[in-house]
Design a binder for this molecule. Sequence first.
Ligand code: BGC
Length: 410
Amino acid sequence: MLKNSMLILTLAMSQPVFAASLEVLHWWTAEGEVQSQLILKKALAEKDIKWQSFAITGEGGDSALRVLQMRSLSGTPPDAAQIKGPDIGEWAKVGMLENIDTLINTSNWPNIMPKVVRNTVTFDGNYMAVPINVHRVNWLWLNKKIFKELKLAIPQTWDEFFTVADKIKAAGYLPLALGGTAWQDALIFESMALSILGPEKYIKAFVDFDESVLNSPEMVVVFEKFKGLSAYTDKSIVDKDWYYASQLIATDQAAMQFMGDWAKGMWQAKGKTAMVDYLCVDVPESKGLYSYNIDSFVMFDKYAILPKNNVQILFSEILLSKKFQLEFNLSKGSIPIRNDIDMSNFDQCSQKSYADFKSSTLVPSFTQNLATTSQVQHIMIQIISNYFNDPDAQAEETVRLLSLAIHAMH
Ligand code: BGC
């Protein structure tokens, strides 16, 4: 009996005792994302704060945001949540968020962060979220072994892409890794649309919702070309997350994938190395074009009666610290939001992303919540995906529907 009590006591004493905890909603549940999350957990533990993970699986955070809405409506939001782009403004409008300027000193942000990053987290002149990383969305990933074996050149144009895809198919490999979800379909569409339309028209269509491009013959051409990709996917794969598809690249079953660079975080966790096992290249006809996705955390204003909330303050400080920016982004596949981080430890893909982010024409990714609210985005993604998967769906009709749906929601 005494022995048992001693054992329980010893076990209890070996568990860290935290002074406080921080509950954070996010959707980092894939391999790689979990490793990145552990870096956050460790950094918080060093400040005596327990990381309380409120993780909701689901690509692009669609399910996470729904759960968050319910929790908030019932008056029990978490301390922080992964909210990005125009959604930040939606939550700020209803008065649920902490103004970051009141938590920490943000006066040095203009010196350490690019304007586009700061603008993304600004609402009504205030910083309403803490940015943590920049992911590039318009990447094409290539399996190096398959490309070498089949002696294929990197496709620079869409014509070359289709030629390469035919050769891969003929050799018995899967040309395009795709998990068969609406979010992944739309991500491919977004990358293709940016390359075909160019940045000005992309912004007119998907940020400004300008009819002259959104509902135009040019957009019909984009949709038709997009449909051409479906012949290179495995139709028997349905409803699998992006990391299932990335896994096909890692195991040499598929040759190419259009995906954001969070996939790199997963491959890294699987022991795969950039440029050795896989290559990161520009989407065909996209040189100098960069669609960005900036992750950020909002802090819920749960402590209105207290002058300050220390846990949220410490959390914000950790997220912005040089140490965290380096460690986290090395693991996540993204690049730091700070401009004073030594990039020499990053792989070539991140170094390219970092250089391109400075020199390219930047556009916000509409499939990753950076161009519009998640409600509008949700409808757009469904319409794009329905078209892709329905052999009878017509491009002209889809373009009309997309424009109608957006204007009805907006
Ligand atoms: C998020 C990333 C995440 C990815 C896949 C994106 O919307 O910004 O942080 O890794 O979804 O889950």
